[in-house]
Design a protein around this ligand. Structure first.
Ligand SMILES: C[S@@+](CC[C@H](N)C(=O)[O-])C[C@H]1O[C@@H](n2cnc3c(N)ncnc32)[C@H](O)[C@@H]1O
Length: 203
């Protein structure tokens, strides 16, 4: 685990130091903005330099980015200052550490796959909260060399990771220059305890 942590951090710190990361928010996030709950607390998992987090912060959300790269988090903090929005950052290796506990109204998972995180996401979402994301599949290797295999979903795998969350939107394929599985899922609100079953005509 410690080995992985050092590798991920040094790889991504180098990557973010070498060349700028795109700063446009994901089109999937913008497209599904109407499905998001009212602005509240949002967690961007492996959020990097904050292209999605900063866009939401500008729309009234309270954002936290968790990421293994201190270089990315410093860049995200600088951008937040420039935009005059609040942003919290957490430096963490998610191959070993737990997610920040929240609870969160919104969780984002764009382009970072760690399968163990899915049950945790379910646990840290508020009832009614949303998780939105996009992850590449193994088919992506037909046209792109990255992400490498350990960070790729099998084709059709994503719905099996969603657990008890309710899938609201899901599409998979060559949706851009990448082969991605994109999803929006909701933590369904539990029934109010003591609530009666709805009446039926025969009851
Ligand atoms: C492909 S980038 C995606 C960044 C961002 N989600 C986006 O869509 O722009 C992958 C991100 O995962 C982060 N990452 C890689 N390994 C990690 C780990 N073990 N723990 C936490 N973050 C990690 C990297 O630092 C990087 O910011």
């Amino acid at each position: 685990m410690e080995e992985t942590s050092r590798d991920d951090r040094s790889y991504w710190n180098q990557r973010y130091s070498d060349q700028p990361w795109p700063d446009e928010p994901s089109p999937w996030l913008i497209h599904n903005a109407g499905l998001l709950p009212s602005p509240g607390a949002a967690l961007d998992i492996a959020g990097g330099t904050g292209r999605n987090a900063l866009w939401l912060a500008e729309h009234g959300w309270e954002l936290t980015i968790v990421d293994v790269s201190d270089v990315a988090l410093a860049l995200a903090t600088d951008s937040a200052r420039g935009l005059d929005v609040r942003l919290t950052t957490v430096l963490s290796d998610l191959s070993a550490d737990d997610l920040p506990s929240g609870p969160w109204n919104l969780v984002m998972l764009f382009h970072y796959l760690e399968r163990n995180l899915f049950p945790e996401i379910e646990a840290i979402l508020q009832p009614g909260g949303i998780v939105i994301g996009s992850l590449a599949t193994t088919t992506n290797l037909e046209r792109n060399t990255r992400p490498p295999l350990p960070y790729l979903l099998e084709e059709g795998e994503l719905p099996s990771l969603i657990g008890k969350l309710e899938m609201l939107e899901y599409e998979e394929g060559w949706l851009s220059d990448r082969h991605d599985a994109r999803f929006v899922a909701r933590h369904s609100v539990p029934p109010i305890s003591g609530a009666r079953e709805p009446h039926t005509r025969d009851s």
